[in-house]
Design a protein around this ligand. Sequence first.
Ligand code: IMP
Length: 199
Amino acid sequence: MKFVLASQNKHKLVEMQAILSAHGVEVVLQSDLGLRVDVEETGETFAENALLKARAVMAASGLPAIADDSGVCVDALNGAPGVYSARYGGPELDDTGRYRLLLENMRGAGSRAAHFTSAIACVFPNGDVIEAQGECPGTIAFAPQGDGGFGYDPVFFLPQLRKTYAQLTPEEKAAVSHRGKALEIFDGKLRTYLEGTGK
Ligand code: IMP
């Protein structure tokens, strides 16, 4: 069975493919199908945005579509960047610019507590929906460390491992990350769903 990922993010593709291949599910990017569906993320929550993206890509492709909406929420910034993580600081910033801005905005903060959230939504052509969410608590580091991963990984510090996300191997990250946890829950729900539909 083929699922389309409602994202251009190859890192997300790799993290999802690793888990879903166990179901005989192949995950492809929209671009592999010659599609480019740009969905405005107008939802107020990660879950709403994931559903918006999955619905739009399912409608355009006619295939089951899976979307992840994720971001980092910082206590001292009242939950920012949150659902705006990808757009933090405006369109001219890249990943490095965004995490530098976050470090700047954290100067003098009393708490560095934060968490990452991932909401996953999968929409099937018959309208069925599977949703799952995962969180990973951590802190915002004082300076970037590590060169793995993507996005805010170099500044998201896991006190129990004494490493940032960017210092973990993909397997180590999947074992503790927000997306790893969301995918594990999604994995269980998909198994039950596929057994029920006899696929
Ligand atoms: P989305 O693609 O709209 O869900 O945007 C997600 C935003 O959060 C992007 O800016 C990513 O860089 C960031 N993000 C999501 N997941 C991760 C992660 O696992 N590590 C680092 N940054 C992430």
